[in-house]
Design a protein around this ligand. Structure first.
Ligand SMILES: [Zn+2]
Ligand SMILES: [Zn+2]
Length: 666
């Protein structure tokens, strides 16, 4: 028997097994695709790992526990006829490729790097025709951020441990985020509600009914500050007599199609419409990008790369949308939108987040995707299609209605052409068409409803609005929104009340120390400037060490001063509303892993404790014996449970509804 020597394969390395499976599917049997499972080299955990005396030289080591993986990659590379690294097309991916190249002994200018923005057969095949060398600017931008974060984390944390409490930490971007949340809290506390009244009325013109709101008197707009001003208005009119139309106006307006998603807008929309945290959105998006197994087709990436701040669409993507829109909705619904580059500075190689195939409608994938995947894909697909559609055209209508110089105004809206909202149903506008009337026509008042209101304090941030705020300040980047949100939550600096972000006492204390000790480096403007500088490293306009130096010089002075001057920060106890059941002393609120509880202020002399129970005044719907109580998860999210836990395991995210009172039948 003759054994033919096996032909050496070409080796491709990517970050994850899911991505490896999808790519293997396209490249055929001449290729072997392996996963590096993310980074393989990083700064050491046990020490700073940055030589601040010598141009911030980082000292990288192989990540612990990855030796077997590294060895098998080396072995595979040795016997391969060629090696390609196809990690993600951004700074992080470029750095992974660079580190892999270093370990496998690939030359930096050897054509070993392959990138693609979507994991589809044509895109991958095309990319493998153009392998390139490592782009050092991208790698440097990643190194700069990594080193910066390391310098900040490893300098501030020990100070916090020493002066406040062990286990605390702080960072640049997260301090800006936490600062915004706490500033909002101050605004809310300082807010003084102001009374005002509304006075709506229903009218009829023949058989047609419509609503209007009080506008003013003598042709002038007026506000209603209190009940007295409402009574004065109502005294002037006779609701049994006719009212006259004194003015009619219509004005056309249009709503432009939205841009396709960037990382930030995707996270915001998924948070407000689907209630997902940024981290969850990114996990689901990554799965869709890396590939889903479709019947008869095999693994295929359903969306383009999910870390991007670009709203650009490739020529192919625009053609694909055009074809779909014209076929599905008709010519009048198509309108090509040219996206202007965000900044001339940024090499806009990236695209917006979009489906890889417009024909793959959410409905056609409903049975294949998980519920979460389907819902996110649906957002991405619809937004992409809508972005290439015609504007929505509206007619805004307005009627002035008068009696004895008291004026009401009715407003209506008529959709003249639905345009892009045909594809994005959540943004559609409902018709509210006023009856067709002429100036001088008479109408009758059916009823009126005076209502007291108070101005509302500014709303707390949700994840969506906080991400928007960070982006507007210029401190957020596609790769940092989700980790920032996640970090301040995991550290116990914030919690959630429904979707609203609420800072904890701990968050308040830490921020206070950080802002006082490191005023410059946690300043919004300074942080935004540093982020811009990092972008310039990526485009090769600034050396990465210069950015670090610009930051580290003032920072290290602040660190020295903090070590020297910062007094130990006492964490004051909050007084509990109940007395100790054992000794009758005051109790204070303490925190444990399971949440807050009351503890005797004489601890350790007295060990009295009591759990904080907030009842909502209804029996447990599961066991009928216990009381429903408000609880918090370790992450601070509120849920409802049974007071008899662990004997009864009732739990619900939403407040259980009280059952209808049973009618007694004898
Ligand atoms: Zn006690
Ligand atoms: Zn129960």
């Amino acid at each position: 028997m003759v054994t033919k020597k096996k032909k050496a394969k070409k080796l491709v390395i990517v970050e994850s097994p899911a991505k490896a499976r999808t790519i293997e599917n396209y490249l055929g049997k001449d290729y072997e695709v392996l996963a590096s499972m993310g980074h393989i080299r990083d700064l050491p955990k046990s020490q700073l790992g940055v030589d601040t005396e010598h141009n911030y030289e980082p000292r990288y080591i192989n990540i612990r526990g990855k030796a077997p993986l590294i060895n098998s990659l080396k072995k595979a590379a040795k016997s391969a006829s060629a090696v390609y690294v196809a990690s993600d097309p951004d700074r992080e991916g470029e750095a992974i490729a660079w580190h892999l190249g270093h370990i496998l002994g690939l030359p930096d200018d050897g054509k070993n790097r392959v990138t693609f923005n979507e994991i589809t057969k044509p895109a991958v095949k095309e990319a493998f025709k153009h392998p390139r060398g490592i782009e050092q600017d991208l790698v440097d931008a990643q190194q700069a951020r990594r080193v910066l974060d390391r310098l900040v984390g490893y300098s501030i944390s020990p100070i916090l441990w020493q002066k406040v409490k062990r286990g605390l930490s702080a960072g640049r971007v997260q301090s800006v985020a936490l600062g915004l949340i706490l500033d909002k809290e101050k605004e809310i506390a300082a807010f003084v509600p102001k009374e005002y009244w509304s006075l709506n009325a229903d009218f009829k013109a023949g058989k047609k009914e419509f609503s209007a709101e009080f506008y003013g008197t003598n042709g002038k707009k007026a506000k209603l500050d209190n009940q007295q001003s409402v009574s004065e208005i109502l005294k002037k009119i006779d609701s049994n007599k006719d009212f006259q139309i004194t003015d009619i106006s219509t004005k056309d307006s249009k709503r432009n199609a939205p841009n396709p998603f960037t990382t930030s807008t995707l996270q915001q929309t998924a948070n407000s419409q689907l209630n997902y945290h940024a981290r969850k959105t990114m996990q689901i998006a990554q799965g869709l990008y890396e590939g889903i197994s479709l019947p008869k087709i095999g693994h295929v990436g359903l969306i383009t790369y999910m870390r991007t701040d670009s709203t650009r669409l490739s020529e192919t993507a625009q053609e694909m949308a055009k074809k779909f829109i014209i076929e599905k909705f008709g010519n009048e619904y198509y309108h090509r939108h040219n996206v202007v580059k965000k900044s001339e500075n940024v090499q806009d190689a990236h695209e917006a987040i979009r489906p890889t195939d417009a024909e793959r409608t959410p409905e056609s994938l409903k049975e294949i995707l998980t519920r979460d995947q389907y819902r996110l894909y649906n957002l991405i697909w619809s937004r992409f299609i809508a972005s290439q559609m015609s504007e929505q055209k509206l007619e805004n209508q307005s009627l002035m209605i008068e009696q004895n110089k008291v004026v009401w105004r009715a407003t209506g809206i008529k959709v003249l052409f639905d345009g892009w909202t045909k594809a994005l149903k959540t943004s559609s506008t409902k018709n509210n068409i006023l009856p067709s009337l002429k100036i001088g026509d008479l109408v009758q008042m059916i009823n009126n409803l005076p209502e007291q209101h108070f101005t509302q304090p500014p709303a707390r941030y949700t994840e969506a609005s906080l991400i928007r705020a960070l982006e507007e300040l210029g401190v957020g980047r596609p790769s940092t929104y989700a980790p920032t949100m996640d970090t301040i939550q995991r550290r116990g600096y914030i919690g959630f009340d429904q979707k609203k972000i609420v800072p904890t006492d701990l968050g308040d204390i830490v921020q206070d120390v950080v802002v006082k000790s490191f005023p410059e480096v946690t300043d919004k403007q300074f942080t935004s400037k540093i982020e811009d500088e990092l972008d310039k490293v990526e485009t090769g306009n600034v050396k990465w060490q210069k950015v670090i130096d610009e930051f580290y010089k003032p920072f290290s002075k602040e660190v020295d001063a903090a070590i020297e001057n910062l007094e130990k920060v006492p964490i004051y106890d909050r007084i509990a509303p109940e007395l100790c059941e054992i000794c009758g002393s005051l109790m204070v609120i303490r925190r444990s892993r399971r949440g807050e509880f009351y503890a005797c202020s004489r601890f350790p002399d007295c060990h009295g404790t009591k759990s904080i129970v907030e009842e909502i005044g209804m029996k447990c719907p599961k066991c009928g014996i216990g009381e429903v109580v408000v609880k918090r998860t370790k992450r601070g999210r509120i849920f409802y449970g049974c007071s008899r836990y662990p004997d009864c395991d009732f739990a619900s995210w939403t407040k259980p509804k009280k059952p209808e009172e049973d009618s007694t039948t004898n």
